[in-house]
Write a new protein. Sequence first.
Length: 567
Amino acid sequence: MSLTAAQQPVITPNNIPPKTGHHPGLYVLFFTEMWERFGYYLMIGIFFLYLIDPTANGGKGFDTAHASDLVGSYIALVYLSPFIGGLMADRYLGYRRAVIMGGTLLAAGYFGLAFPGDTAMYISLGLIIVGNGFFKPNIGTILGNLYNRADLRPKKDVAYSIFYMGVNIGAFICNFVAAYLRNHYGWGYAFAAAGIGMIVGLIIFSSRLKVIADGDIKKAVQKEDMPMSRIMSLVFLPAAIAAAIGYFMTNFIGHSIFGTRSIDAFMFACVPIIIFYIRIYTTAAKEDKRGLGALLAFFAVAIIFWVIYNQNSTGLTIWADQYTDRAMSPAVESAAKPLGMLQTVTTDPHPVTQIDAHFRAITDASGKTITVQGPDPYFQNLPKDQWPASGKMNLISTEIFQSINPFFIVAFSLLVIGLFAWMAKRGKEPTTPVKIAMGIFLAAFSALLMVIAASMTNVYVDKSSMAWLFGTYAIFTVGEILVSPIGLSMVSKLSPPRVTALMMGGWYLVNAIAGKVAGMMATFWDSFTDKKFYFLILVISAGIAGIVMLMISKWIAKVVKEKTGSY
C-alpha cells in the first residue's frame, strides 16, 4: 500500500536507520515471522502424518482419502482467510493490533491440537485459520510501509529478501523439532511446540511495537473504496449460500460431484467469488482494464503451479511416507537416533476404537467385536518376505523431507538473483512474465522426475530412493523462487490502487483453490494403481500452463511497462 505525502512517517531520532543499513523494524519483523513460520510449517509438516497414524500411536487413524480431504480443506481456508483479515486491518484494526490478534489465535490453535478428540481438533483448526487471516497479510504490510519512506524505498527488494530468509529458516528447523518431539513424547508435544514458537514470536513483536510504529498506518476509507457491507453482500454471503448448496447437493443427486461433500462445498463457494473478480474487470475504468485483465490471466495460469507446490503436504508426503526407502545405514542411524530423526515402524496390527473404510472388524476370544488396522503403511505395499524379522524398523521421520524445500530456497535464492543480475548487465534478463513461465516449466519438470521415479521402481515390491525426492524439490524450488515473490510484485504493479487489497485477496484465492485441488487429487491416490499417472497429470497440466504463460508473456510485459515504466 503506497503512502500519500501526508501519511509519510515522521522521522524521529529513534527510528532513523544507519545510512548504510536497514530500518531496525526489519529485524523485529524478521524474527517474528521466523517463529510464526516455525509454528505454521511444523503443524502442516506433521498434520497429514498425524491424521493417518494409527490411533494406537496417538494419531487419528484416518485413511488416505479422508486425511487428504481434510488437509486440502485446511490449506484452502488458510489461504482464503487473509482476504478478510487484510481488509479488517486496513480499515478498522490497524496492522500491529491485527498481527497480535492473529498470533494469539494461532498459538491457541496449535496448543489446542495437543488435546485429544475430534472436537478439539476442529476447533483448533478454526482458530488457526482465522488467526492466519489476521497475521499473514498484515506483517508483510507493515514491512512494506516501513520501506515506503523515500530514503528506504531503494532497499525494499533487499528487505523483502531478508524477510523471506526468516520464513525459510523457520520452515527448515521446525521439522527436526517436530520429529524429535513426536518420536520421543508424542504428537501432542510436537503441536504444542508450534504454539510455543508463536508465543516467542509474539513476545518479540510486542516488546518492540514502537520500533515498527511507522509501518502501522490505518488506511482511511476513500469514496471509491468498496464498502465492507458491499463486499459481504457480493462475495461472502453468495459464497456461503453456494457452499451450502454444494454440501447438500449429494442429498438430491445421490452422489458427490467432486469426490466428497467438503470438496463440493468449496468448489461451489468459489463460483460467486470468481464471478466477483470477473465483475471487477468488466466494470473497471478503461485505463484499469488492461492491468486487471493481465493480472486475472496470470492468476488463472498460476493455479497449476500452486497445485504442484501443495503436493508437498499431500502427494509427496504420501510418497515419502509409504513409497520411499527411509532406512538408514547403521552409522547414520546411530547418529540420527539421539536427534529424534528416526521413527520406529512395526509390522504388528494395531487395535483401534473407531470404524473407518480401511478397518476390518474381527471378534476377539470373548466374542467382543473390535477393529484392527494393518501394519504401519510403510509395510502395506511390500511383500511379507521383505518385512524385518524383528517386526520393527527405524526409519528417518517423514516430516524431515519437508525441510528440503526451505533448505534449497536458502541455498539457491542468491544464486538465482545473481544469475539474473549477470544477465541484466548484458541486456539479456528475461521479462517478469517469462520468468514466471520458466518457473511453471520447472514445476512441470519436477513432477516429471516423479513420473520417472514411479516408472523405474515397482513400488509394490520395492521402495524408491530418497534421491528422487531431493531432485524433485531442488528443481521445484528454483521454480518457486521465480514465481512466488514475483506473484506478489505483479499484484502491486498491475492493481489499481483502489482495489489492491481485493486483488491481493485474489492472489490468496488462487492459492486456496490450488490447495483444495491438491487435496482433492490426493483423495484419489489409492485409485491410481500405477502412481506415475498421478504425477503425469501434474506434468501435462503444468506444461500447458507454461505454454499459455509464454504465449501471453509479451502482452503482460507490455502492460507492466505501461504501468511501471519497466518490465
